[in-house]
Design a protein. Structure first.
Length: 294
């Protein structure tokens, strides 16, 4: 049964909450109310003892292609701090607005504040990655405990080609998952992995045929949901404890990096070039998506 319509759809299947990013016409790009509603769904799961596991996937042929590149390019750009802690990019976040003084003292930015909300969920989460999960979309997937990929999935950080550094805790999580050398390669080049490469690196736990992806993810979720919930919760707490306070520190460091990069002319030029490439693609192929990160 669908409980919410809009940019994120929520369904309940026994003790499993299924969350669908629902902007298929934009390849589920981060915008509209995606961030607000996704965090709200995780909050609902945290507060409902009947929810034991959360599964997240994308509607249509994409998991999430990250930020809308059109929001990052062209025109007069405000200062980075205003851009990254305000409401000019990324759509509605659901975060409490900051006063001017609070914004000046903020150490996390919207990305960090939102990530802390997502990271707080102590129940198991599964990302069923269908199609591309790039940039911020890759970060959303990586915030889940288990990643399962469809055969057509593509995963990548996507930040380097537009002069940016990682966000959403990627700089902490990725090297923990794939190792320092592999993480460095992916972050420095922005290379996008196909599903089999992601499996070889240990980035996803399994690769399944596209048409079986959601079924397999829900089967795994049901298996986990059948376990005594407090034991699973304790296991997740212990896994998270292995990070100590690293996530909070890393989110602050990511934001500090973005405050520099979003104001830099090289980044502006790279964003403009990407927007122009995408615009050229739309002119050549009417109706083409305009938000896929490199």
């Amino acid at each position: 049964m669908t409980e919410r319509d809009g940019d994120v759809l929520v369904e309940r299947h026994g003790h499993v909450m299924l969350v669908r990013l629902n902007r298929p016409h934009r390849h589920n790009a981060i915008g509209g109310t995606v961030l607000r509603d996704l965090a709200a769904a995780f909050g609902e799961a945290a507060d409902d003892d009947g929810v034991h596991v959360v599964v997240t996937t994308g509607s249509g042929d994409s998991f999430c292609v990250g930020a809308d590149a059109a929001e990052l390019a062209g025109g007069e750009r405000p200062p980075a701090r205003e851009l990254l802690s305000g409401n000019l990019i990324g759509g509605e976040t659901g975060l409490p607005p900051l006063t001017e003084r609070q914004r000046s003292a903020d150490l996390l930015g919207n990305a960090g504040r939102w990530t802390r909300r997502m990271w707080a969920l102590e129940k198991p989460t599964i990302a069923a990655v269908n199609g591309p999960a790039v940039g911020g979309g890759f970060g959303v997937a990586l915030l889940h405990d288990v990643l399962i990929a469809g055969a057509s999935a593509r995963l990548g950080t996507g930040f380097a080609p537009i002069g940016l550094s990682p966000e959403l805790g990627i700089s902490l999580l990725l090297p923990r998952v794939v190792g320092l050398s592999a993480a460095a390669e992916l972050l420095f080049t922005g290379r996008v992995l196909d599903a089999s490469e992601a499996r070889e690196m240990g980035l996803v736990s399994q690769v399944v045929p596209d048409e079986e992806l959601l079924e397999r993810a829900m089967e795994l979720a049901a298996r986990i949901a059948a376990m005594p919930p407090l034991g699973v919760l304790a296991a997740k707490r212990l896994l998270r404890a292995s990070f100590a306070d690293g996530m909070a520190d890393q989110l602050r460091a990511e934001y500090a990096s973005h405050l520099v990069l979003f104001d830099h002319p090289d980044t502006h030029a790279a964003m403009d070039a990407l927007a122009e490439r995408l615009a050229s693609g739309r002119r050549a192929r009417p109706g083409a998506a305009e938000e896929v990160r490199p």
